[in-house]
Design a protein around this ligand. Sequence first.
Ligand SMILES: N[C@@H](CCC(=O)N[C@@H](CS)C(=O)NCC(=O)O)C(=O)O
Length: 211
Amino acid sequence: MIDFYGYGTANGHKVALMLEETGLPYRFHYVDMAKGAHQTADFLKVNPIGKIPAIVDNDGPGGKPLSVFETQVIAQYLAEKSGKLMPKDLAARTVAAEWATHITANLAPAFSAQFYITSRLKGENPTALEYYVGQIHRCIRPIEARLGEMPYMLGGECSYVDVLLYPMMSVSGARLANGGLDPYPNVRGWMAKMGERPGIQKGMALIPPMR
Ligand SMILES: N[C@@H](CCC(=O)N[C@@H](CS)C(=O)NCC(=O)O)C(=O)O
């Protein structure tokens, strides 16, 4: 059984989707960040960084419990453990890691900054906002080009890279002003296809929306 600690943000949804798509047994723990639950001594034992998401696999390698934090690492762990959503050969796994890192290390922080400036600073810093929105579009453009060449991020089949990308586009992308994702028809077509998957639907419904 896997204990999953999350909150209603795109990063939380990514792990919910991975758990549903892989079919691994789990139980969900709502970490109420609005009440500081991510900074408690108990939660810091799960993730010493004090951020969601995190998991504890009570039946980890060697039958021992394993705590895992960092969304991308959790996604890769769940894919490896289940044997689903992870390509088999080294070249494809390396390409998968490249795109997963692009989504996690380039796109996600740009969306976080855009959210912080618009929602928390109420758009007080237009220069910074312009910079981060520019970075978001710079990150999405190569994804749009790739999805014009293949139905999913790694080719013909859905992978953990698609799962990591979905909440970025559906939750964070929905917050983009000025037509948001309008310039990206391939991304929008891929989103519609992904949104039909039962695992994606169930995973997206798992966590109450962020307050
Ligand atoms: N690099 C981390 C980022 C995780 C992250 O930023 N989590 C946010 C919610 S989406 C959080 O816990 N923020 C609370 C805080 O920073 O105090 C990952 O990919 O898991």
